[in-house]
Design a protein around this ligand. Structure first.
Ligand code: CA
Length: 222
């Protein structure tokens, strides 16, 4: 899952990024409002963490612009004070959740996971397909109860496919959700990744739809 952090406090942004990366997310940072607005408009994020107090353009204005442009990306706002007014204004502007500063990283993670789950229509943190179960909380994958050792990229690829069961996902779409903006994207890498995943999962769980992309069929919540 690919996440954007719009936060002008560089140290906080760095800490959140490293916490998320530890949980297998891929993360971009925007350090002011204009950059945040632009990145949110142009890149297909799975969720956005948006600070309200930002230089150049404030968080609420950004959120309103995204929503009026039709974006449905899940947004978690960070409020500097736990005031009911900021909270209500943020939720009215189209935020999906909010978190007052200072916060515990654990809580941020839990809220972000819940947000992404809701947005993709899954109620449970466990995604299951055949004998493979992916736990989005712990970022672990088991097959017949045995832990499968996956690299971060392999995990992100499998998670994205399992979050979108039955959908044919193109190489471009996969690339956009498993790499950050600085990565030199090469869609041939996706083929290699998929083949490695197939080897590790010892199954034909991931189907190739020639010329279109990849598909996992019949994944469900556990
Ligand atoms: Ca700020």
């Amino acid at each position: 899952m690919r996440v954007l952090i719009v936060e002008d406090n560089a140290e906080l942004a760095r800490q959140v990024k490293s916490t998320l990366e530890h949980e297998m997310y891929v993360v971009d940072i925007a350090s002011d409002g204009e950059e945040g607005l632009f990145m949110g408009e142009t890149e297909p994020y799975d969720a956005i963490i948006l600070d309200l107090g930002l230089p150049k353009l404030d968080g609420l204005s950004i959120l309103q612009k995204w929503r009026s442009a039709g974006s449905e990306v899940p947004v978690l706002i960070l409020t500097s004070r736990d005031t009911w007014r900021e909270k209500v204004t943020g939720l009215r502007a189209g935020a999906d959740d909010y978190l007052p500063k200072p916060f515990e990283f654990e809580e941020l993670l839990a809220r972000l996971e819940a947000l992404i789950r809701r947005a993709s229509g899954h109620a449970s943190p466990f995604l299951a397909c055949c004998n493979v179960i992916l736990d989005t909380n712990s970022a672990r994958v088991t097959m017949d109860g045995n832990l499968i050792d996956l690299t971060a990229l392999e995990y992100r690829t499998l998670e994205y496919l399992m979050q979108h069961p039955d959908k044919v996902v193109s190489k471009t779409e996969l690339t956009e959700h498993i790499y950050d903006q600085d990565f030199d994207r090469d869609s041939n890498v996706i083929e290699v990744l998929i083949n490695r995943l197939r080897g590790k999962l010892k199954s034909d769980l991931i189907k190739t739809r020639r010329g279109l992309g990849y598909q996992i069929r019949g994944a469900s919540d556990r």
